[in-house]
Each structure stands twice: as structure tokens, then as C-alpha cells.
Design a protein around this ligand. Structure first.
Ligand SMILES: [Zn+2]
Length: 303
């Protein structure tokens, strides 16, 4: 991303963030955490998957009729835990999804249990300090770079203890923390001790999480495409097409959407994407992907 591009994004973003914050302030139930997440996302989202050459037709020409194993898509939905808008719609999606639950909120435990009962994977959606944005956007129990090693460890362990059935962690915001070797080292260490893995939401394109995970013998799982960086069902459906292309060209794709202010629209866009893609790709939980792509077997046994 070049600097002028970055500047344009900032100029566009600040009035938007201000508007979101003001509207959130007017609606007591609207959690600030979501606007913050999206602000973080908008500033440093990874470049969209490139769409050259990797088309479906390219695959088809190589292709034989025998249906080889379908490419896999893992859809992660962030920001559960606060009875957010779109929660029901996401739970009703017709394929396996991965539910990322923020700790210490009013429906954290309930959302995690519900997801598990439905056969969905559960992640702790751990609030982590961003490079921009205010600490109060993060939600309770956040990991900050100003904390010492023991404090970071305590925060990560407390969050994991708060969300039942979690098989891993992904980051809420976190553009600063995922670039910090000391703090990420502790987060990954706790994951490894508990037989969990870390999914880099990729809010920082200079994240060290993937490289450090590899060094520790853990799967370097990361988000490839944000679905709802623009808020409309049609944009989400368009992003789902990119997800399909990416999955077909590299055999799998991890994608992230959100419950929240626009959660119903995001769910609708995902639903229509699923309807179009279900014969071309296989929708899996993040645990299936980690097991099959990285041959990584968690020691974790769920009740
Ligand atoms: Zn989030």
C-alpha cells in the first residue's frame, strides 16, 4: 500500500469513524467495539485477493471430470458476545461457520454454547491494541503492548477461560499487537500450551504472527479477505466471489465477516454467496482447515 493511498484512506476514514461513534453514542446498545473493529479493518485490511488468472475457467481447462477434493472455504464471523445485530441470521446460515466470541460480554458464554451446539467452531475473539483508535473501543480484557509479560499472559488465559469450547484465538483489532514480537510470542505460547491455534485476522499487513507461529511449529493461519469492509449485502456477495476465486487458485481461503450494526446485511450477502458457491467449494470450520491443510492436530478435547 503506498503512502498516498494510505493518506486517502485516513482522510476518508476519520469522518466516518466520528459519525459511527456519534451514532453509537446515541444508541446505548450499539457497541463501540464494532465501529472500532471496522475502523481498524479499514485502515489496514489486506489487499483484495487478486483475480487474475485464477479463474474458474482456468481450473476447468486443467480439469478432468473426476471431481477432485473441493477447495475449502472457512468463514469466520467476528464480534459475537454482545447480542449483536445479525447474530440469529449468522447462526442460521446453512453451512459450517466459525464463531469468534469476544470475552467478558453479556452473551459471550451463551453465543459460544449455541455455536458449539450447532456444530460450529468457536474462537476467542481477543481484543488487542490497534495502532490507531481509542482503548475504550477494544472492549474488556484487552491485550496492550504496555503490559508486562505476566499481565499479557494473564489476559490471554482469562479470555480463554471465559469462552467455552474455544479451539483457538483470533484478534479483534490488534494492528499494533500483531506487529509486536514480545507480546505475540506470549499469545502464541499460551495457545500452544493449551493445544490451540491463532488465526491472524490480518489487520496489520506487517503482522509477525504467521512467521512466529511457523517458528513454533504452529499453523500460520490468517484471514485472506474481509467480507464487509463496505456495508451492503451486494458488496459482501461480491467479496464472496473473490473468496471463491482465491479458494480455487490456492485450494483454500479464510474470510472474515462481522455481526454488528450491519450484521444482517453481511449475513444476507454470505447466504447468497453460499447459494452460488456450494457446488464449487466446500465450506468448513477453521479447525477442519487447520487439520487438513497444515496437518496440525490439536491436543484439545472438547467436552
Ligand atoms: Zn472484531
Amino acid at each position: 500500500m503506498n503512502t498516498s493511498n494510505h493518506r486517502v484512506k485516513r482522510v476518508l476514514l476519520y469522518p466516518l469513524a466520528a459519525a459511527v461513534i456519534m451514532s453509537a453514542a446515541l444508541i446505548p446498545s450499539a457497541p463501540l467495539a464494532v465501529s472500532a473493529a471496522q475502523a481498524d479493518t479499514a485502515l489496514s485490511a489486506p489487499a483484495p485477493a487478486d483475480s487474475r488468472g485464477s479463474s474458474v475457467s482456468g481450473n476447468r481447462t486443467a480439469g478432468n471430470q473426476q471431481q477432485q477434493a473441493l477447495s475449502r472455504v472457512a468463514v469466520i464471523i467476528d464480534d459475537f458476545g454482545n447480542s449483536m445485530r445479525g447474530t440469529e441470521e449468522m447462526f442460521k446460515l446453512p453451512v459450517k461457520i466459525t464463531v469468534a466470541v469476544m470475552p467478558f460480554l453479556r452473551s459471550s458464554e451463551q453465543d459460544a454454547r449455541r455455536a458449539h451446539e450447532l456444530g460450529f467452531d468457536v474462537l476467542v475473539h481477543l481484543p488487542m491494541e490497534p495502532r490507531q483508535g481509542k482503548p475504550e473501543w477494544l472492549g474488556p480484557g484487552a491485550v496492550l503492548t504496555s503490559m508486562n509479560d505476566a499481565e499479557v499472559r494473564q489476559r490471554v488465559e482469562a479470555a480463554l477461560d471465559n469462552v467455552p469450547y474455544a479451539i483457538g484465538i483470533n484478534n479483534h483489532m490488534g494492528s499494533k499487537v500483531t506487529g509486536d514480537e514480545r507480546v505475540m510470542g506470549i499469545v502464541l505460547e499460551v495457545c500452544k500450551e493449551r493445544g490451540l491455534f491463532f488465526v491472524d485476522s490480518h489487520t496489520n499487513y506487517r503482522s509477525v504472527a504467521g512467521r512466529m507461529a511457523r517458528e513454533l511449529g504452529m499453523p500460520p493461519v490468517e484471514n485472506h479477505i474481509f467480507l464487509d469492509d463496505v456495508h451492503s449485502a451486494s458488496h459482501v456477495a461480491k467479496q464472496m466471489k473473490l473468496v471463491q476465486e482465491r479458494a480455487l487458485s490456492q485450494k483454500f481461503c479464510v474470510t472474515i465477516g462481522h455481526v454488528g450494526i450491519q450484521g444482517k446485511e453481511t449475513a444476507a450477502g454470505i447466504r447468497s454467496g453460499i447459494a452460488e458457491m456450494k457446488d464449487k467449494v466446500q465450506f468448513v470450520g477453521i479447525s477442519d482447515l487447520v487439520r487438513e491443510e497444515w496437518k496440525w492436530n490439536s491436543r484439545l478435547t472438547l467436552p
